[in-house]
Structure formats: structure tokens, C-alpha cells
Write a protein that binds this ligand. Structure first.
Ligand SMILES: C[S@@+](CC[C@H](N)C(=O)[O-])C[C@H]1O[C@@H](n2cnc3c(N)ncnc32)[C@H](O)[C@@H]1O
Length: 337
């Protein structure tokens, strides 16, 4: 038997000796996870005994953390926008910087509503929103929680990531307002008729909505033949948001091992330079946004010079950059003319 204080001190010392970043926080989070308690309890019960089974579990996790596994992979969760998200090695761990993207998106939508003389309380009634490269679903789900009247489409090329995002949407009770699509960028976004028919496109196949996913694919004679949106069809989105992969492969050696060795490559690397995704994303967004529709993109630390010129007249207006707390240009937003 040992107690909470001693166990925490030992865990913390091990992580500090291994030069783990934010070792105090990591040691605490892992102990909270093992004991199923919150931080207040730990600090108000330092003398509480913990069983040897719990201590063994804790030190096994400490060893994995010391070996480079991210704390979030060990606890299976990360907070974003005040919400708890389940995470696995199949998805990017949501980052605090991405909350700037949510703030910019909500501000832009509010300004648009005011300009149109509509009511100031933004519920997103009737809005259609797309989150491209949804990963854990953090952007789509945060927006769904803020905009109770909006319908959201969330795409990802990774079916494993989409499975995590769907679980998170269910956990936050917004699964009925988010349609998940497995496709490249915006390729699978479908037209209004298909959306109203509650169909989502998964790869090359049409499936019923998630709650009916146990049913067979709807291809074949019974499949509804809705086509993907193409540039000649009426554009249909009020907001497109994306935090695309934006790290350059040439930078891989400079990444922390927690990121380079444990987060999915498909979520990290945009190409050799890092900014390769933006041109396609911006061109497809231009074709899918309504007039006055808003595009909000998260940027890599050095992406701005390559990406800013892509948002040019006559297609785009009101282009603006928002810096993160470290002063790095982090979010680029623009409006479709
Ligand atoms: C940087 S992560 C962002 C995840 C999440 N939106 C967030 O902010 O935490 C990029 C995501 O884009 C997905 N992705 C990569 N290539 C893609 C593509 N060609 N089309 C759609 N999604 C893609 C990855 O699987 C990953 O989930």
C-alpha cells in the first residue's frame, strides 16, 4: 500500500528525470485517470491509501509516458472548447490553437448575420457548414454545440478517424446534426437533395445515416442516385472550416517524438513543404460556398506566405489573419464574393 502524495511524487520524479515536457501535469493526469478522480480530490486527499493494483497501473502508464507516448493516448481523452473528446492514435489530438479557428468562424457568422439585418443571437438556424479533415470531430462538434440550428458535414479520408469522430458526436449529443463522409477533401459533399434524404457518401458508396449503418450499403438497384456537388451546381455552404495537415515532411526531424512517432502521419504532413493542401482546399471551397459564404483555415507556422495569395480577388474578399497566443499567424479567413 502507498498513498496519493507519495505515488504522485514518484511518478512526477520519473517523468522529470526522463525530461518529459509538462511532467507535473502529465503525472497528475495519469493518476487522476487511474483513480477515476478529479484534481480537487487528489489534492484534498493526499494521505488516502491507494491499492498496489492501482499503483502498478499508474507506474505502467508513467513508463509508457516516459517512453514518449502522449498523455492523451494513455488517458484516451483531451479537452477542446470546454468539451471532452475521446482520442486514439487514429486522430490528431485536438490542440488549443484550433480554438482560434472556432472563435473566428463564430465571429464571422455573427457579423454576417448583423450585416443581413438578422437577429443577433446566432443559433445557426438553417446554416450549412462543412469541416474538412475532421479527425476527432472537434471542430464540427464544437460548432454543432454552439450553433444548434446548423447542419454540419464532416469529411475525412481516414475511416478510423471518422469512427472516433462519430463516437465523439454521440457523446456530445450532436450526432443527428453532423453527417460524416469518408472522402478526399470536399469530393464527397453531396447536394441538398441528398442531404435532405439523409444520405451520406462513404468512399464510393452511399450508406444510410450512422444510426442505420448496420444496414447494407444502398448501392445497387435500391440506391438513391444522388451525385456529388460539382462546380456547375448551386453552391450550398455558409461556412467551410478546415484544419488540414500542414507540417512539411522536411520538418519531421524537428517534431517532438510524441507527435512524430505517435500521431497519424496522414493528419500531420501536408507534403514536402507542408502547405500543399491549401490550393485544392481553397479551389474546392470556392465552388461549394454560397455568395458571402465564409472560409476559415488553420495555418501552419510558416504557411501564410504560400496560402494568403490564393485568396485573391475576384473570388474572395474580407481576407484576414488571426494570430495565436504565441503571435504566430494561425487562422486565415475570407468571404466568397
Ligand atoms: C490536422 S488534422 C485535423 C483534425 C481535426 N480537425 C483537428 O483540428 O484536430 C487533419 C485531418 O485531415 C485528414 N485528412 C488528411 N488528408 C485528407 C484528405 N485528402 N481529405 C480529407 N481529409 C484528410 C486527416 O485524416 C486528419 O484527420
Amino acid at each position: 500500500m502507498t498513498d496519493v502524495r507519495t505515488t504522485l511524487k514518484q511518478g512526477l520524479a520519473r517523468l522529470r528525470d526522463e525530461h518529459v515536457s509538462s511532467y507535473t501535469l502529465a503525472a497528475e493526469l495519469l493518476l487522476l485517470h487511474v483513480l477515476g478522480r478529479d484534481r480537487t480530490w487528489i489534492y484534498s486527499h493526499p494521505e488516502e491509501e491507494i491499492s498496489s493494483t492501482e499503483a502498478d497501473r499508474y507506474f505502467a502508464l508513467i513508463a509508457r509516458r516516459a517512453n514518449g507516448e502522449p498523455t492523451q493516448h494513455l488517458t484516451g481523452k483531451q479537452e477542446f472548447w470546454g468539451l471532452e473528446f475521446g482520442v486514439t492514435p487514429d486522430v490528431l489530438i485536438p490542440r488549443p490553437e484550433t480554438e482560434h479557428l472556432i472563435e473566428v468562424a463564430l465571429d464571422r457568422l455573427a457579423v454576417r448575420e448583423l450585416r443581413a439585418g438578422r437577429k443577433q443571437t446566432l443559433t445557426g438556424e438553417g446554416l450549412r457548414i462543412a469541416d474538412i479533415g475532421t479527425g476527432s470531430g472537434c471542430i464540427a462538434i464544437a460548432l454543432a454545440k454552439e450553433l444548434s440550428g446548423a447542419t454540419i458535414y464532416a469529411t475525412d479520408i481516414s475511416s478510423a478517424a471518422l469512427a472516433v469522430a462519430k463516437r465523439n458526436a454521440a457523446r456530445h449529443a450532436v450526432a443527428d446534426r453532423i453527417r460524416f463522409l469518408e472522402c478526399n477533401l470536399l469530393d464527397g459533399l453531396i447536394d441538398r437533395a441528398a442531404a435532405n434524404a439523409n444520405i451520406c457518401v462513404v468512399g464510393a458508396q452511399l450508406y444510410p445515416e450512422p444510426e442505420r449503418r448496420d444496414a447494407a450499403p444502398l448501392l445497387g438497384k435500391d440506391a438513391p442516385h444522388e451525385s456529388p456537388v460539382t462546380s456547375h451546381q448551386s453552391p450550398s455552404f455558409d461556412l467551410i472550416a478546415s484544419n488540414p495537415p500542414y507540417i512539411g515532411r522536411r520538418e519531421a526531424a524537428t517534431l517532438m517524438r510524441e507527435v512524430r512517432d505517435h500521431e497519424p502521419e496522414i493528419a500531420l504532413y501536408g507534403g514536402e513543404e507542408g502547405y500543399e493542401f491549401y490550393a485544392g482546399l481553397i479551389a474546392q471551397s470556392a465552388a461549394h460556398l454560397k455568395p458571402s459564404g465564409i472560409l476559415v483555415l488553420e495555418l501552419g507556422h510558416n504557411s501564410l506566405p504560400a496560402v494568403h495569395p490564393l485568396l485573391d480577388a475576384p473570388t474572395w474578399t474580407n481576407v484576414a489573419v488571426t494570430n495565436d497566443l504565441a503571435g504566430i499567424p494561425r487562422v486565415l479567413a475570407a468571404e466568397r464574393l
